[in-house]
Design a protein around this ligand. Sequence first.
Ligand SMILES: Nc1nc2c(c(=O)[nH]1)N[C@H]1C(S)=C(S)[C@@H](COP(=O)(O)OP(=O)(O)OC[C@H]3O[C@@H](n4cnc5c(N)ncnc54)[C@H](O)[C@@H]3O)O[C@H]1N2
Ligand code: MOO
Length: 424
Amino acid sequence: MSHKTIAEIAAQLQGYDPQALSADAVGAFLAQLVAPVAGTESVGVFGALGRVLAADLVSPISVPPHDNSAMDGYAFDGALLAGDAPLQLEVAGTALAGKAWPGSAGPGQCVKIMTGAIMPAGLDTVVPQEFAKVADDGRIAVPAGLLKRGDNRRLKGEDLMQGHPALLAGERLGPAALGLVASLGIAQVQVRRRLKVAYFSTGDEILSLGEPPREGAVYDSNRYTVHGLLTRLGCEVIDLGVVRDQPDLLEAAFRDAATRADAIITSGGVSVGEADFTKAMMKKLGDVAFWRIAMRPGRPMAVGRIGSSVLFGLPGNPVAVMVTFLAFVRPALLRMMGARASESFLLKAHSAETMRKKPGRTEYQRGIVSRAADGTLQVRTTGNQGSGVLSSMVQANGLIVLHHAQGDVAPGDEVDVMMFDGAI
Ligand SMILES: Nc1nc2c(c(=O)[nH]1)N[C@H]1C(S)=C(S)[C@@H](COP(=O)(O)OP(=O)(O)OC[C@H]3O[C@@H](n4cnc5c(N)ncnc54)[C@H](O)[C@@H]3O)O[C@H]1N2
Ligand code: MOO
């Protein structure tokens, strides 16, 4: 497959400046860099949760398969409802769910019917049992003015119609979609193959779990966060551990990742520090751009391609990793997974506090959304917004998105919030 180079994509984007990119420009760039992976597989319905449908799914049957009753009651011909007086109907038989009533109702007759039972021929309306008065002679009375013709009847195919698409290619199959597939009698679905994403952390000061603490060193948290983010997305995660700032080790890790994965995610080493091994190695092995993004947190980032793998070089700070992942990597990976484009879901909430914000960059503040006394949604920040303060990501239930052109926020102003539920 031929891919566009960084230079080719950059040439197409107006005002592309790697040293000052808006968050929108990053999104537009990545949309051009990545494409859905080829390859599909057939999976059973239980195993299809979270997978991406590879082709439109056309209904082989109609659901429901027949007109049927939505209530336990009595089915009758709705044409009789014209008058003002209660209808008096004789009960001709009983229609049970799961089989057709074999008889036929004559004029002035109704059929006792259970929820889900096929509507007997010629009958189109159901009076629920609670509203039907049964007289001593066994006849039932339908009160006047209660029903319209067709009430309490479910039409054949009102959920899914035979021959029509029930689900479109690119659907990420959730619990409702699994049930829908099963309701069509379909046991296997064709889904895109899982995306393979390799991940490693870089930095000499990064300790792996199990190593004793030492001065100046911190335990690797990014690999665990990224593992969680990727797993929730339904990717196959290839964990390449912590890689020291040594050219031979970095080169081996990148080469290994590029042969095994569709995408490579690294954290650390993309800023302007002196030990620039990671950047140098990315540049040597692939077609990579180094960006300064007009955003907070998550200013530095590297993107490009090593071999045929897409590279996302995320900044080392733990919160910046999560924010850049949610803002940019997640939409790009969804596109690679073949998922239909979906805008990230932003909720509006009233700010409970003043937020200082300079126009000209996008800021993501960790927020806690709650319901105010008047029933509306309000959001407050978690306090310290340092990009190393991972505990605040745990406290938060969403990211307040202060857009590029936006200025200061006053208490009561509406702000956009990207809720974590569903995203991570
Ligand atoms: N002179 C400048 N300095 C910095 C700039 C800048 O523009 N000019 N940008 C700052 C920003 S913003 C960020 S973010 C960082 C990004 O730097 P790197 O990507 O090179 O990351 P490191 O320096 O390796 O690490 C930054 C920070 O994060 C900690 N870290 C790294 N990896 C992990 C991990 N796997 N688990 C937990 N913590 C990790 C690391 O210890 C550092 O504290 O640069 C700023 N500086
Ligand atoms: O990416 Mo840095 O964390 O903006 O702080």
